[in-house]
Design a binder for this molecule. Structure first.
Ligand code: 5GP
Ligand code: MN
Length: 313
């Protein structure tokens, strides 16, 4: 069921113990939005705790209160609301087992339809952090420099530092306000651009795997498990081939484990959220992903065919 942001705020106001979560394979928006919301709700005197069922890329560890994020265990968490940010409820891993509390979902993904749960979705928002900024106004909470840092990180990462097509005037207006609340943009950029030596070597391996399809309109990189296990993140790899002038769709397939292939897609025109949706994933028009539970060779075949069908239509 779709609800407005002010209805979401009313719901939050009437609850006291809130479990906050976001998607597995968390990005800057997932971590930034959950940590910002946790601080906002605590400032209202509520019990609020973030759980994420995955490891988090090192660059995000410097975010304020990062060390308080918990991984789910067998122990239940006493909550009267499960607040799910930046994803539909099907991508929160074992956090779903921690509580039977009602779900409130706040998201900006076009593939999230709200079937069977209360969803406040704004597909125009560049990041969930933009919506959380507006939520702070609805809840009348003060934006501290720490909260501003978390929100700015989510907006900056989901817009590729204000370069992607989801960057709107309002995105920049919010980012600008966050700077007045104490954000230091260059500090955040420097934290986020850091890569380990292993990651840079991984990028080189990924570039070596480059394959072109459909008259160079599609570019793909394929990382087998042996190569991928040497580094903990492939964030940003796909951007290196998205820039090829003839390319409309870029993809990266990473074999996380035997028969578990993670797919990332980026596009300049084709709606890749539809391709991802068909393959059991989701995302945005120009950035989407899915997991294909098959061999690397099959995953490549399935994906290249699906992209081919999309670019012909
Ligand atoms: P990325 O390629 O950076 O992992 O993901 C691009 C976008 O697609 C992100 O907004 C991400 O949340 C979404 N996405 C990636 N994989 C999946 C998936 O398996 N399911 C859904 N629903 N969304 C995904
Ligand atoms: Mn997001």
């Amino acid at each position: 069921m779709l609800i407005t942001l002010s209805e979401a705020a009313s719901k939050i106001k009437t609850t006291n113990k809130i479990l906050i979560t976001a998607h597995v394979q968390p990005d800057g928006d997932a971590i930034g939005s959950t940590l910002a919301t946790m601080q906002m709700l605590r400032s209202l005197g509520k019990t609020a705790q973030v759980f994420i069922d995955d490891s988090v890329r090192k660059n995000l560890h410097a975010l304020p209160h990062f060390e308080e994020i918990r991984r789910p265990s067998a122990e239940k968490f006493d909550a009267d609301l499960l607040l799910i940010l930046d994803t539909s409820p099907d991508r929160i891993g074992n956090v779903s087992k921690l509580t039977d509390a009602p779900i409130l979902n706040i998201d900006h993904h076009v593939t999230n339809k709200g079937d069977g749960y209360e969803l406040c979705v704004d597909t125009e928002a560049a990041a969930t952090c933009e919506i959380i900024f507006r939520l702070s106004k609805e809840l009348d909470v003060e934006i501290t420099p720490d909260i501003a840092t978390c929100l700015y990180t989510g907006i900056a990462t989901d817009t590729g530092f204000f370069q992607f097509s989801n960057t709107r005037a309002e995105t920049l207006a919010i980012a600008s306000k966050l700077i007045t609340y104490g954000v230091s943009p260059h500090f955040i950029s420097e934290q986020l651009e850091k890569k380990s030596l292993a990651e840079v070597r991984g990028l080189s391996a990924a570039l070596n795997s480059l394959k072109m399809f459909y008259d160079d309109k599609v570019a793909g990189m394929i990382l087998d498990h042996e190569t991928a296990k040497k580094f903990d993140s492939t964030e940003g790899f796909i951007d290196e081939i998205r820039v090829i002038e003839t390319v409309d769709v870029a993809f990266l397939i990473t074999e996380k484990a035997p028969n578990v292939c993670r797919v990332s897609m980026r596009s300049k025109g084709v709606d890749v959220s539809k391709i991802a949706d068909k393959l059991g994933g989701g995302g945005h028009i120009r950035a989407a992903g899915c997991t294909l539970k098959t061999t690397l060779a099959d995953a490549e075949k399935i994906l290249v065919e699906a992209i081919g069908t999309a670019i012909r239509n």
